[in-house]
Design a protein around this ligand. Structure first.
Ligand code: SF4
Length: 502
């Protein structure tokens, strides 16, 4: 079988889901091939320079080799301005590469004005017209070679981001034409979200044979006549990725210690709205996996991918430090109010924690079930600062209980804690289609497409997106204590590269 990770997703580290599949398939000695088409397509585009009539493109193209080298050997990470110029130049090469079309490809995204990834009819059109895809030249010859050499009986696509959907369907459509009898399946986080919609009806029959919800390894094993044990946690296998040139200063080892979320109560969260089950790997097994994977892959950084690292796992990491720096997402848990715990985290190799603060207003936090006490969040931020653990704080504006005043409270909280906040992510609220809030609000139908995971809504307090944007642009981003934090954000790669600046 052949498993493909289609373009476009961040090319800074290997796809963890595919490593998990490889681990399960290798464990059972099942012949397969894994293809990170995202990374290959990026390099193909980088090596297909387009029209360079303007100075910036000429400079970016002339410095392409040295920019890539300094990104991969880490040199450019010693100076943020230098890093920003390198990444912006690389992106310029990707954007201006051949072919040009009605849309844009960046280092981390693909937008096509002809087709929408949230319209099933457009995805089908993309599959029927693969030659219109900007990566066609790359994937047609790559797939031809693989179909001939490997003669797979099944092809799977792992779709995790919307930016992968159109390319995934274009590749699937190409295969369908070339090898009509071949079984094609789709899985990954995006497909899992589609399938969790109540009343879901598959619009892709005839093109896609199976759509898989949740971890794909159990389905793949069942196609081989094996009776998979659903709770079995296969150790991921990164061998196939270890020599690939991801855009990072060394190998980043991604690892999921759980799927779903142990908290699972935040009203705005798709995990909650989709009712995804929390499936943790026991903490001792996580440490065992990492202790085996680190010597094999020699990572410069471990990326723990969980939606929220559980307190039990954090405690286990403190007791059994792993031999590589790591970072991940966690909640403002009680433990972080204990300075000794934060120091132990630092000693365990924790370089950065991503923290979902969402709001600096207690009423807003309580209304969305976030489970954060602002006084404790304040102590946690200061403890992490003292311990030397960097923080990447996520804030969400425009939630149903927020208004201008309460957004101002968030601004004040950030400004007050600016010395303890390393990086900031600002987002505007999207209403998940099936969140409990959507039942009590005036909503419009699927405004973008039948596969849209979000709904447009009338804000109950009149705090509409336009006003939120104005607040962010005119007040928050210009605040003298906040603007310098925002300038530290690594362009395109954001939190994936932030730990290299800590
Ligand atoms: S803690 Fe994070 S992942 Fe968990 S429910 Fe809240 S927002 Fe979602």
């Amino acid at each position: 079988m052949l498993i493909i990770y289609p373009p476009v997703a961040k090319p800074s580290e290997p796809p963890a889901g595919l490593a998990k599949l490889a681990g399960a398939l290798n464990y059972h000695h099942i012949r397969h091939q894994i293809l990170d088409a995202n990374l290959e397509a990026l390099y193909h585009r980088i090596n297909s320079p387009g029209d360079s009539s303007d100075r910036w493109t000429r400079r970016a193209t002339a410095h392409l080799a040295s920019n890539l080298a300094t990104l991969l050997n880490g040199e450019t990470f010693t100076n943020l301005d230098c890093y920003k110029r390198t990444v912006m130049d690389l992106n310029r090469v990707v954007q201006t590469a051949r072919p040009q079309f009605d849309g844009t490809v960046t280092l981390v995204n693909y937008i096509d004005h002809r087709f929408s990834p949230v319209q099933s009819a457009d995805l089908i059109l993309a599959a029927e017209n693969p030659e219109q895809n900007p990566f066609f030249e790359y994937f047609s010859s790559r797939l031809d070679g693989l179909l001939q050499e490997r003669q797979p009986s099944l092809i799977g696509f792992s779709l995790n981001y919307l930016s992968q959907a159109l390319c995934g369907f274009a590749m699937a459509g190409y295969i369908r034409k070339k090898a009509p009898g071949l079984k094609i399946i789709l899985g990954g986080g995006l497909v899992t979200s589609w399938l969790s919609a109540p009343g879901w009806r598959n619009p892709f029959s005839g093109l896609i044979d199976e759509l898989i919800s949740g971890p794909g390894e159990y389905f793949l094993l069942s196609t081989q006549g094996l009776k998979p044990i659903e709770e079995r946690n296969y150790r991921p296998d990164y061998k196939v990725f270890s020599d690939l040139r991801y855009l990072s200063p060394g190998f980043i080892l991604p690892y999921s210690a759980s799927s779903g979320c142990y908290w699972n109560r935040c009203a705005f969260c798709p995990e909650f709205a989709e009712g995804n089950r929390y499936r943790p790997i026991p903490p001792h097994k996580v440490i065992g996996d990492l202790e085996a994977l680190i010597p094999e892959t020699n990572p410069v950084l471990v990326h723990l991918l969980d939606n929220a690292l559980s307190p039990a796992l954090l405690r286990q990491l403190c007791r059994h430090p792993i031999p590589a720096p790591w970072y991940g997402f966690t909640r403002f848990i009680e433990e972080l109010t204990d300075l000794d715990f934060c120091l132990a985290l630092k000693d365990s190799g924790c370089r950065m924690l991503k923290l979902g603060l969402e709001s600096g207003d207690q009423t807003v936090l309580d209304s969305m079930g976030k489970g954060i006490n602002l006084d404790k969040a304040s102590v946690a931020l200061q403890n992490l600062k003292k311990a030397g653990v960097a923080t990447y704080v996520y804030v969400l504006f425009g939630t149903p209980a927020e208004d201008h005043f309460r957004a101002g409270q968030t601004l004040d909280f950030i400004a007050l804690h600016h010395r303890a906040i390393g990086f900031l992510n600002l987002a505007i609220f999207n209403l998940p289609v099936y969140s409990p809030d959507s039942r009590n609000m005036e909503t419009e139908d699927f405004y973008e497409g039948d596969l849209s995971l979000y709904r447009q809504f009338r804000h109950p307090l009149g705090w509409q997106r336009k006003k939120v944007r104005q607040f962010l642009d005119r007040e928050l981003k210009r605040h003298p204590a906040i603007a310098p934090i925002l300038r530290l954000n690594p362009p395109f790669f954001t939190s994936n590269h932030a730990p290299f600046f800590c």
